[in-house]
Design a binder for this molecule. Structure first.
Ligand code: UDP
Ligand code: MG
Length: 321
């Protein structure tokens, strides 16, 4: 207990994890901005001198990795890790979080859209006892109308599906060592950090910041990647779509029974039925209803298997006395 209290009063070791994919145009600016923030905090005695920036090169096709290596030689605060190939933003970020040293780790994009000044506020919150500090955008004025609408839809859709997610929080956040250790126990292959981190629990706070335009280079998230990211978020955290199919199955099944009654009524009590019509329509209605219902029962079990196969950790101990 005492030990953890002393680590919080001594300067802490901080790592800033930055995933990079083809970011040669902006990297020098990022290094300058981050080193300035870190050096100022070292001078104030908030973080120790062995704090640093941890770049993760996500299989870039340009000179990003060479630049990282070169900067690491010149500046002892800069470290790098290169992934074997492009694995996507989320995996690159996770690789950085699981490999960077430090009592606390901040993750931030390479393009300086997230305000680096907010890092100090995050560290202050950490020193005040928060395990996770979420960076949340105070407004979206720098976004296009399209991005604003799709982003709103994305967060709302996830919330409807029962995914615990922080509104307007991207992947700019601080995590304590024990939160990182908890995260490392998630063995799932489909990574959606925005859903995983709130699941960990522990104490958390929010730091608001204004989001800027990309400093240089262009977005690595075209619409196609945004859509697959949203689908990943939903299907990695929710089995609700399966349950909805189940509800639909039940509905269609009931409807088919009603329609069967109607078809039989036409056959026996009116003279409107064509020969062969009843014997064709009744089985179609009946079996399609039963099939959908059975399919939905399968879906429920499939959903359970899916959640089990993830073998997620069931709890983390917050404190012991
Ligand atoms: N990124 C990555 N791998 C990828 C795509 C993106 O590591 O396959 C990184 C990228 O270098 C940046 C961050 O993820 O640091 C966010 O990407 P970007 O700024 O292009 O996304 P946007 O802000 O446009 O949503
Ligand atoms: Mg960006």
């Amino acid at each position: 207990m005492n030990e953890s209290e002393t680590t919080k009063t001594d300067p802490i070791q901080l790592s800033v994890v930055v995933p990079c994919y083809n970011e040669e145009e902006v990297l020098a600016q990022t290094t300058a901005a981050l080193s300035q923030v870190l050096e100022s905090m070292v001078a104030q005695g908030k973080i120790s001198a062995d704090s640093g920036v941890f770049y993760v090169d996500d299989g870039s096709k340009d000179k990003t990795w060479n630049l990282i290596k070169q900067t690491a030689h010149e500046n002892k605060m800069i470290h790098g890790l290169k992934l074997s190939r492009n694995r996507g933003h989320q995996v690159a970020l996770l690789a950085g979080l699981l490999n960077a040293p430090g009592d606390a780790i901040v993750s931030i994009d390479a393009d300086l859209q997230d305000d680096v000044q907010a890092i100090e506020k995050m560290v202050d919150q950490f020193l005040a006892g928060s395990d996770i500090v979420y960076g949340v955008r105070s407004q979206r004025t720098t976004d296009t109308m399209f991005k604003r609408i799709t982003a709103r839809g994305f967060y709302q859709c996830l919330a409807t599906m029962g995914v615990d997610i922080i509104y307007d929080h991207a992947d700019f956040r601080l995590m304590s060592r024990r939160a990182i250790d908890a995260l490392s126990q998630y063995s799932e292959a489909n990574i959606f950090l925005r859903g995983m981190v709130p699941q960990i629990g522990f104490s958390h706070t929010i730091v608001y910041y204004e989001r800027a335009e990309r400093a240089a280079g262009e977005s690595k998230y075209p619409l196609r990647k945004m859509l697959s990211f949203a689908i990943e978020g939903i299907t990695s955290f929710s089995t609700k779509p399966l349950k909805w199919v189940g509800a639909l199955g039940l509905l269609v099944c009931l409807l088919s029974f009603v329609l069967t009654g109607w078809v039989l009524f036409i056959r026996f009590f009116t003279d409107m039925s064509i020969p062969g019509w009843t014997s064709t329509i009744v089985p179609i209605l009946f079996f399609s209803g039963v099939q959908l219902l059975c399919l939905s029962v399968l879906g429920i079990y499939l959903g359970k298997i899916y959640m089990e196969v993830k073998s997620r950790p069931r709890f983390f101990t917050d404190e012991t006395v």
